[in-house]
Write a protein that binds this ligand. Structure first.
Ligand SMILES: [Zn+2]
Length: 281
């Protein structure tokens, strides 16, 4: 199996459009402890006014399949929607993709489902999602349970999800999606957020998507993000997956981490730390 991290661009999160980064990423962190940990990462809490997050999708090839994990943000912002261009640079046409796995239905992961005319961007693919994720965003639950700031996400999902309805396979347990590609339950960030485990020979790649949003979440898994739907569940999902990645020495892809978003999870104290792989030249 061959895997490739593919950039969709990214977005800078800053007021007034968004809360300050510390509020977005570590909403429940005590200020003093947060300032200390940020300092260890050469970031000053008082002057930390913007967070630029890359959006990194994953392409998996092998055994006669071409699989894409997440479709990026599409037309969400001028700085997003680079996925198709970057796939073409690798000589892959959208029609070549036969399976699209959506880790969850936030705009930055499903916005590329459709093109600027609302047509399916990957016309030959079947789509795979966790059942409770689909149910949440396509019912009136999301609109009821998310606050005012969440209504933009609901509206976005209502545009990007219906077009895939007729070619969708829903999973509700940990199962093989294709040989060597397994759905892993990772709820919390959203109700049916899922991770994807890819194994090839002795090697494993664990795509944890938004289980963590920033490398400091490995060190402080109990500091959750304002966009995390179910914080307690996020924390237990983080501990389970990070422990699994560290023990199995898996390569890990974390969608919002610095490109190529790939690295290893290394034990540190009672938590872990992120060890990025060197970016190929
Ligand atoms: Zn995301």
């Amino acid at each position: 199996m061959e895997c490739m991290a593919v950039s969709d661009g990214g977005l800078t999160y800053a007021p007034p459009m968004f809360p300050p980064p510390a509020t977005i990423l570590f909403g429940n962190a005590p200020a003093k402890a947060l300032a200390q940990v940020l300092g260890e990462h050469d970031v000053q809490l008082e002057t930390w006014t913007e967070w630029t997050s890359p959006y990194t999708c994953l392409l998996i090839g092998g055994a006669g399949h071409l699989v894409l994990v997440d479709t990026g943000a599409g037309s969400l912002a001028p700085s997003t929607g680079r996925l198709i261009h970057n796939l073409r640079s690798a000589e892959i046409a959208p029609g070549d993709i036969d399976t699209v796995i959506l880790t969850h239905a936030h705009p930055d992961h499903t916005g590329g489902n459709i093109d600027s005319e609302g047509k399916l961007a990957f016309p030959n693919a079947r789509y795979v999602m966790w059942k409770s994720e689909w149910d949440f965003w396509t019912s009136d639950q999301a609109a009821r349970k998310l606050g005012e700031h969440g209504q933009m996400m609901v509206a976005f999902a209502q545009r990007t999800l219906p077009p895939i309805r007729d070619r969708l396979d829903l999973v509700d347990r940990e199962t093989e999606i294709l040989p060597g590609i397994r759905a892993v339950a990772a709820p919390g960030h959203t109700p049916g957020h899922m991770a994807v485990a890819i194994s090839s020979g002795e090697q494993q790649l664990l795509c944890i998507s938004d289980t963590v949003l920033h490398p400091i979440h490995l060190e402080r898994p109990e500091w959750y993000a304002v966009v995390d739907f179910a914080p307690e569940q996020v924390i237990s999902t983080r501990r389970r997956l990070l422990n699994e990645a560290a023990t199995g020495k898996s390569l890990v892809l974390a969608f919002h981490f610095p490109f190529p978003a790939l690295g290893h999870v290394v034990p540190k104290g009672s938590g872990w730390r992120w060890q990025p792989i060197n970016r190929p030249g």
